[in-house]
Write a protein that binds this ligand. Sequence first.
Ligand code: NAP
Length: 658
Amino acid sequence: MAYFSNVPTLSAEHAGSSVRWELLSATDEEIERSLAYTDPMVLRGLVYQLTGDEELLQTQVAKTRFFFAEAYGPASLQDVETIKAKALAFLKAYRDQGAGEIGIGPPERLRKSMELVVGEPIPDLEAGMWTEETALDPWSRAAEWPRAPSPEQLEKFSVIVIGAGLGGLSAAAQLKHANVRYKVIEKNPAVGGTWYENRYPGARVDTPSRAYTHIFGAEFIFDYAFAPQAENERYFNWVADKFALRPDIELNTEVQSMAWDEGQGVWKIEAIGPEGPVSYEANAVICASGLLARPSLPAIEGMDRFGGDAFHTARWPNDLDLAGKRVAVVGTGATGYQMVPELAKLAEHTTLFQRKPQWVFQLPGYTSKLPVEATWLDRNLPFHTNFMRLRTNWLTGEHVYSPIFSIDPEWKDPHSRSALNKEVRDARIAYIQEKFAGRPEFIDKMIPPHPPFSARPLLVDESYNIYDALLRDDVTLVDSGIDRVTPRGIVAGGKEHPFDVIVWATGFRANELLWPMKITGRSGITVEELWSKDGARAWVSGSMLPKFPNFFMLYGPNTNPAAGGGIVNHEEMVTRFAIEWVQKLIVDGKRSVEVTEPAYWRYNGLLDQREAGKTYTDARAKSFFMNRYERSSVMLPFAPSELWNWLRHADADEFLVT
Ligand code: NAP
């Protein structure tokens, strides 16, 4: 009882509205069992926040190995037991008092509670960002008007959003929340972006799903720790419905070009819709067209003469039946390695053409559903989802992840880039050796020539993954290089392999950002001209370009995180930044804003310096992380909190406002 009566009165905004009926009928034993399925660190902070029980402050933490990094966890089993006992007492009391509405408790306690979750002090400069990440306020990352706009001001300004994937839906929901007029243009017949397009067997996230929702969508409960394609697609459709975004989304409409009209101060946009060419005008554009949205197909002799089915992984045919088929997969990135184990179960025979292997990291339960107890806690332990979200973001965030991607300049070993990098490499090689102990001819073939984290690390399930697939009798690895494609199959190392289906897992045109759209800014400058020196760049977090007024990008140049944090976090930060500029233009009666050229180069100078210390610059990796100018147009070497602060507190003289 004491626990429940300690919970302060709720604010209407944060209050849960309904009784937790499942909890009402749960026995003490059921509650106790469920508590074994969450992270004790989450309970430590959450129960403290809800009860203010000072004994939780006495529980100790210690740095422990977390996957391939280090993070704070409970110091001892005794600490775990203390935390669980407190959580059990709280839930029982809450149940016995009717499991009704409950508030989050005093806001001034929250910083301490968050620190109990992460196990260490949260720096002052980051406290705001991490509070947003709890999603206790679903609109914590919404843009704020400097002052209320008039209806006439609102009527005069409109925004076009390009794309209805993760970024485009974020922009749409936030624009709607801010009451700014907007329209979304989406080339596909449905929302979801990459999760609409990539339907190959086995497609799933490798970012924990708890960190792969928008802040405003954190209440969505995933059934998987790492959601498969269909569940991600379900989430994006849920967002479109929950926030009533569909009426403002034009599907089946692909933007071809856009140009800034200096005279009128608007973007003129040309697209192809279901009825043919269509034109739009908007004061501002938020481009969320995606980084990995345009398939890259190799130019291999004879490709066009293959007699069977051939397609890129992002163009998986809906009605394809692989039973009895001989299938070739070309490409061994995240897609190829994720797909082959599943194809092996469906096809008669699967052949993987590998030019270069990648480092894989096995995780128990990666492809499994969450235990029912975990989702029960999401529904019945108030704010569990929020505090899990914080813990998950922390564990994949800058404090834990940054060292993994860092080069030690003093490090001498030719195969690795730091002591941690070597440790990871040794552990990966040991895993390869263990997996292929009975087939040693695979061992050298599966050890990548580049150090770990110089190309994308690939997450796989511990119990059945690419290595297990390669050990199957119905899977063949060919690593002799493709000579040509014939009407019957693929010739490699002088030998023809016959196939019914060829799947090109050959990646995306990630370095040709915004392609194939033609985008023309002030005085006729195109993005290709702006980027002609050494590839795509932008101002902070890929957001803005000089001479392209009122043009904002989500997941633009240099935004693929290599210092922690997920894509969603970055896109939400830039969305707020873009909409706050839109709001300023509206209420100040200004026409446009763009970043100045000196500010653009200042940021990029810092970026180049920081990039030099990152593992992804290792020349041996040769992945889409680096462009043909030997720099990255794709990767982000800065930590999320740096971007959060830069975007929030940029100097006025970084921008040109007209
Ligand atoms: P990718 O990483 O760019 O890999 C492309 C593969 O195609 C490489 O193995 C490359 O070989 C091979 N290739 C290209 N041209 C070839 C040719 N002419 N002959 C033989 N092989 C050729 O593409 P991806 O696997 O689609 O992954 C792209 C990105 O999508 C990932 O990095 C990730 O960001 C995202 N993704 C994420 C997930 C997930 O979250 N689980 C899953 C899939 C994809 P080389 O290495 O020798 O160049």
